[in-house]
Design a protein. Structure first.
Length: 113
C-alpha cells in the first residue's frame, strides 16, 4: 500500500497525488496537517527517504525563518520541530512499505511507482 502525505492546498502536492492516482496502484492519503505525524513516524520517514532531517524542512516557511533558521539543531530536535509544526514538512511525500520519495519534482514519484 502506498501512502501519500498530502496538503490539499499545495499545487505540487496535488500534482504528486495525481501521479499516484494515474498509476492505478492502491494508495491512501494522509493529510498530515490535520492528522499530524508523530516523532516516531517522522523518524521512520526520514530513514525511508534516506536523507537528513534538515532536508525534509521547508526552509522558506515563516515559522522556520522566524524561529529556527539560525539555530544549530540536532537531527532529533529537527524531528521534534517538524512534529510540532507540520507546515515545515516538505511535500508531497510518497511512501511504500520499504522506501519513500519527496515528490519534488513530481517525476521523483516514478522511482517509487
Amino acid at each position: 500500500m502506498i501512502t501519500v502525505y498530502h496538503n490539499t492546498r499545495c499545487k505540487k502536492s496535488r500534482e504528486g497525488l495525481q501521479k499516484v492516482e494515474d498509476s492505478g496502484k492502491e494508495y491512501k492519503i494522509r493529510e498530515y496537517l490535520k492528522d499530524e505525524l508523530t516523532e516516531e513516524e517522522l523518524t521512520s520517514l526520514v530513514k525511508k527517504l534516506n536523507i537528513a532531517p534538515i532536508q525534509l524542512v521547508r526552509k522558506n516557511e515563516k515559522i522556520w525563518k522566524e524561529n529556527y533558521k539560525n539555530k544549530d539543531l540536532s537531527d532529533r530536535e529537527l524531528i521534534i520541530v517538524m512534529a510540532q509544526n507540520p507546515k515545515l514538512i516538505e511535500r508531497p511525500i510518497v511512501e511504500s512499505e520499504n522506501e519513500a520519495v519527496i515528490g519534488r519534482p513530481a517525476e521523483e514519484i516514478d522511482k517509487l511507482l
